[in-house]
Design a protein around this ligand. Structure first.
Ligand code: NAD
Length: 237
């Protein structure tokens, strides 16, 4: 199950997991780019489920539809996220609440909704898409970086709660990745960013998807409560 799977990094994650044989449920407000049909055309089992991750009723309907169509939920990728950037002095409560609601509360609601079936199965993989700015901060993104730092704390606490039950919980913290979210930056901003990255280039959604794929497999069975940084060396911790 990939939230925000209708485009960008979520789409790349859905494609990567399907490539490895996973049945994929795309949870998003819209399947912006026909990802479910694309995956089905390639022989994968995939469905699009319209879900708003800020709405608990919408999520429980999503869980029902996913289990009815695909059988079980073994992997949850909390990827849906938004930005509403502004310097703090000008940030209104609406901007603060919207970003915290989708990025942090959304992950709490979706994780809670899938935990019961995962606990019953004594197996699960929860992967939260955080961000490098949750670790290093970014001017103009107090709401976004607080949501992503919160997601890292959430990851570590939940990992401790469920570690003995066969469920791992990890975070992936991408650096700057080419997507609709970063398309909004000016060429000048992109150039400045690129200059700060030791590898000298902005990452791709596939770079992130490969990390998520690793954390979703049994190859990562002894890894929990960790943050996998995928950032071309921008931040080394
Ligand atoms: P994107 O805007 O291209 O895609 C986000 C997806 O989330 C969209 O399909 C959107 O419809 C969905 N979404 C938004 N609100 C939703 C809601 N309430 N319910 C369900 N779905 C909702 O963004 P992206 O760049 O692909 O980012 C994906 C994730 O990666 C986000 O969590 C983002 O914070 C994180 N991230 C991105 C970058 C980057 O450079 N692009 C860097 C670090 C982290």
């Amino acid at each position: 199950m990939v939230t925000g799977g209708g485009r960008g990094i979520g789409r790349a994650i859905a494609r990567r997991l399907a490539q490895d044989g996973a049945k994929v449920a795309l949870w998003d407000l819209a399947d912006h780019e026909g990802v479910a049909d694309e995956l089905k055309a390639q022989g994968a089992q995939a469905i699009f489920v319209p879900v708003d991750v800020t709405n608990a009723d919408s999520i429980s309907q999503g869980v029902e539809a996913t289990i009815a169509n695909l059988g079980s939920i073994d992997i949850l990728v909390n990827n849906a996220g938004i930005t509403q950037d502004s310097l703090l002095m000008r940030m209104d409560e609406g901007q603060w609440d919207a970003v915290l609601n989708v990025n942090l509360k959304g992950a709490y609601l979706c994780s809670k909704a899938v935990l019961r079936p995962m606990l019953k199965a004594r197996y699960g993989r929860i992967i939260n898409i955080a961000s490098v700015v949750g670790l290093m901060g970014n001017a103009g993104q107090t709401n976004y970086s607080a949501s992503k730092a919160g997601l890292i704390g959430f990851t570590k606490s939940l990992a401790r709660e469920v570690a003995s039950r066969g469920i791992t919980v990890n975070a992936v913290a991408p650096g700057f990745i080419a997507s609709e979210m970063t398309d909004a930056l000016s060429d000048k901003q992109k150039e400045v960013l690129q200059g700060q990255i030791p590898m000298g280039e902005i990452g791709t959604p596939e770079d992130v998807a490969n990390g998520v794929w690793f954390l979703s497999t049994d190859a990562s069975r002894y890894i929990t409560g960790q943050v996998l940084n995928i950032n071309g060396g921008l931040l080394m911790v």
